[in-house]
Design a protein around this ligand. Structure first.
Ligand code: HEM
Length: 236
């Protein structure tokens, strides 16, 4: 699998198959989500729900599988060796873009999970169409505590049964931290935007802006790495 991902790609003479497939997938998923946003704006809640839910599941599935196969942060860890341009472009343009991309993607991952849960908590079905419920939406302290304990126990038990290299342990720890982050974020947002429907609309629009930023930054770094400043040697 790793050989296939590292093989020469189809978009640029210098790119890898993994980078090319991921770039195409990022475009497909983002266009899909923008269309889902448009459906929500037109009050087609049911279609928005179906498209966003399965699009998100497919996107999280694809990128998780890709990074597990390729190694997390493959691009970031490649360092200066993977970049064939001048130092100042690397330091002042490429690296800041890459860092913004990583930041936006990390936040986008947390928000994707958060938004899906919020969607289910806020939406209701009436006459075969989905709508957002108006009114204060808060999480009971007991549910907050139970989810935290449940996630801790599940991640802890899996970590013990699949004990191995530290990287594997870090994956389970990250899963637990992700759950805690989503919970804490909900606590903060509940105070800031108490109405569940308004929260879904506002945070949803912000999430969409993050995805568009992620697409632009990833495309810019891709173009710099594989079109403008490639390292001119045979990829293998
Ligand atoms: C990452 C996931 C999601 C994002 C980014 C997202 C984003 C949004 C945004 C931005 C709006 C407001 C559109 C506008 O009026 O300007 C919206 C509305 C809505 N969303 Fe989501 N959403 C997500 C997932 C879900 C899910 C999973 C459900 C259902 C379970 C859902 C149900 C709805 C409904 C019913 C509306 C209202 C449509 C209307 O105004 O009639 N969303 N969403």
């Amino acid at each position: 699998m790793l050989e296939f991902l590292k093989a020469p790609g189809f978009l640029s003479p210098y790119g890898t198959m993994g980078a090319d497939i991921s770039s195409v997938m990022a475009w497909i998923f983002t266009v899909l989500f923008i269309y889902g946003w448009r459906l929500a704006k037109r009050h087609q809640g049911q279609r928005h729900h179906t498209l966003t839910l399965w699009g998100m599941v497919a996107m999280l599935g694809y990128f998780t599988a890709y990074y597990l196969a390729r190694g997390l942060g493959a691009l970031a860890l490649e360092g200066k060796e993977g970049f064939g341009g001048p130092d100042w472009v690397y330091s002042y343009i490429f690296l800041p873009l890459l860092n913004i991309h990583i930041l936006v993607i990390s936040l986008g991952l947390v928000l994707a999970i958060y938004m899906l849960i919020l969607g289910f908590r806020t939406a209701f079905k009436k006459n075969s169409e989905m709508h957002l419920r108006a009114g204060t939406l808060t999480m009971a302290p007991k549910i907050f505590k139970n989810i935290m304990i449940g996630a801790g126990v599940i991640c802890g038990v899996i970590a013990v049964f699949r004990w191995g290299p530290i990287q594997r342990f870090l994956v389970y720890l990250s899963a637990f931290v992700l759950v805690v982050l989503v919970l804490l974020m909900e606590r903060g947002l509940e105070k800031w935007i108490p109405d569940g429907g308004t929260r879904h609309r506002k945070i949803g629009a912000f999430t969409m802006c993050l995805y568009v930023t992620a697409l632009f930054t990833s495309t810019a770094t891709y173009v710099m790495l594989y079109f403008i400043y490639p390292v001119k040697e045979v990829v293998g």
